[in-house]
Ligand binder design. Structure first.
Ligand code: HSE
Length: 440
């Protein structure tokens, strides 16, 4: 059978990894796919650099639209990123009848509904394994391997940059700002790290997993997103003393009233495997009703790990290209006419437990005041940790940290209680609230 012809849009880190792995493993991949997979055309603004990566046998152009216009190209791999030109090019490729592979989580999380509808109308595939957790085959696992299950929840460390920063903060006892600078110097964090540290990248990925797990449309605008920029070394230390680690988790969960979709720092029991995922690694826990708990671990970024996911999609396309569109695996795991309108819940309706840190005056009755206010709000306390004032603020200090772990509480109830606690004259600084997930 004639090799499938692939056009790359963008040949940066992931594109060059894809080219190299396809070249190195071409025989093995051909034996699996049943036909060859060849990158025959590459578009990149830096034509000279692209040429130096792919050599002479591949057509290199500066204009991505030339790839889309080439009738010999079967599959367009979009590795540009972002919502701007990438969106236009993906829609144009689909309109030209090309299958599309993309690593672009932002594009699909925000515009996925439009893109999948366009692809369905044209009968082409849009595959995006590389968009979530890099080399970990989590999309295929959710969409196919776990297809028997009613998925109950997913919790993942799906951003390597923030996991690296949190690991460094814990290991070295440093605050966020210091570690971020070091991570940028070492190349672990981008010069503009906003999407990573504010949780946006993780929320894009959680949005895609949520759609596939529950058969709902992609709805990034409904996700609750909170990053790691406000975390301090003290909270990481206190969490440790209570038997927890702090991780930035992307969580999506099916509950009676709807679907939770949220990204925020979370206390996770230290004994859980996922709590021990360190550095830039990713991990995703999936709870299904039949299979129970499953855990997926690996590199969430990088040239060849991400290329591994891109090429897996190319092999799927090579195998399924001749199948009737209706007999292919659906884009979002569920048949388009069987999608559910189960709502994504507002954050105020989410129920979880909490870690609270209050900087309080070290005087009689303060603990009683705080616990009375929580009791009045119907919030049940699980554990309390109070440090000696001089341990926190040095000799002669008159304030201290009061750390409270709560049982499950509705977020709206907690918000009201926090607003009232903050008004107490004995509470001396903004209260730190971190959600806690037992993941059992
Ligand atoms: N910036 C991401 C991360 C990788 O740090 O995990 C690409 O999504």
């Amino acid at each position: 059978m004639k090799p499938i012809q692939v056009g790359l849009l963008g040949i940066g880190t992931v594109g060059s990894g894809t080219f190299e792995v396809l070249r190195r493993n071409q025989e093995e991949i051909r034996r699996r796919a049943g036909r060859g997979i060849e990158i025959t055309m590459v578009a990149d603004l830096d034509v000279a650099r692209a040429r130096s990566i792919v050599g002479d046998g591949v057509q290199v152009v500066g204009d991505a639209r030339a790839v889309i216009a080439n009738p010999d190209i079967d599959v367009v791999v979009e590795l540009i990123g972002g919502y701007g030109i990438a969106k236009a090019l993906v829609l144009e490729a689909i309109a030209a009848g090309k299958h599309v592979v993309t690593a672009n989580k932002a594009l699909l999380a925000v515009h996925g509904t439009e893109i999948f509808a366009a692809a369905a109308a044209k009968g082409v595939m849009v595959a995006f394994e590389a968009a979530v957790a890099g080399g970990i085959p989590i999309i295929k696992s959710l969409r196919e391997g776990l297809t028997a299950n009613r998925i109950q929840w997913i919790a993942g460390i799906i951003n390597g940059t923030t996991n690296f920063i949190l690991s460094e903060m814990r290991d070295k006892g440093l605050d966020f700002d210091v570690v971020l600078k070091e991570a940028q110097r070492l190349g672990y964090a981008e010069a503009d790290p906003t999407f990573d540290i504010e949780g946006v990248d993780a929320a894009h990925k959680a949005t895609l997993m949520s759609a596939i797990a529950f058969g709902i449309p992609v709805q990034f605008d409904k996700a609750y997103v909170e990053g790691i920029t406000k975390l301090g070394a003290a909270d990481i230390r206190y969490a440790e003393q209570l038997g927890y680690r702090i991780k930035l988790l992307g969580i999506t969960k099916r509950v009676a009233q709807g679907i939770e979709l949220r990204v925020h720092p979370s206390l996770v029991p230290s004994k859980r495997l996922i709590a021990n995922v360190e550095g830039a690694m990713n991990a995703v826990v999936v709870q299904g009703d039949a299979v129970g708990t499953t855990l997926y671990y690996g590199k969430g970024a990088g040239s060849e790990p991400t290329a591994s996911a891109v090429i897996a999609d190319l092999v799927d396309i090579a195998r399924l290209q001749t199948a009737e569109p209706l007999h292919r695996v659906p884009y979002l795991a569920f048949q388009p006419d069987a999608m559910s309108d189960t709502p994504v819940l507002p954050m105020s309706e989410v129920v979880t437990s909490y870690y609270l840190r209050l900087r309080v005056a070290d005087e009689a009755g303060v603990l009683a005041q705080v616990t009375a206010l929580l009791a009045g709000a119907g919030i049940s306390i699980d554990a309390v940790l109070q440090r000696e004032a001089d341990e926190v603020g040095g000799e002669g200090a008159t304030s201290t940290d009061l750390i409270i772990l709560t049982h499950n509480t509705r977020e709206g109830t907690m918000n009201d209680a926090l607003a009232r606690l903050q008004q107490l004259p004995t509470v001396l600084a903004p209260i730190v609230r971190i959600r806690k997930e037992e993941l059992n």
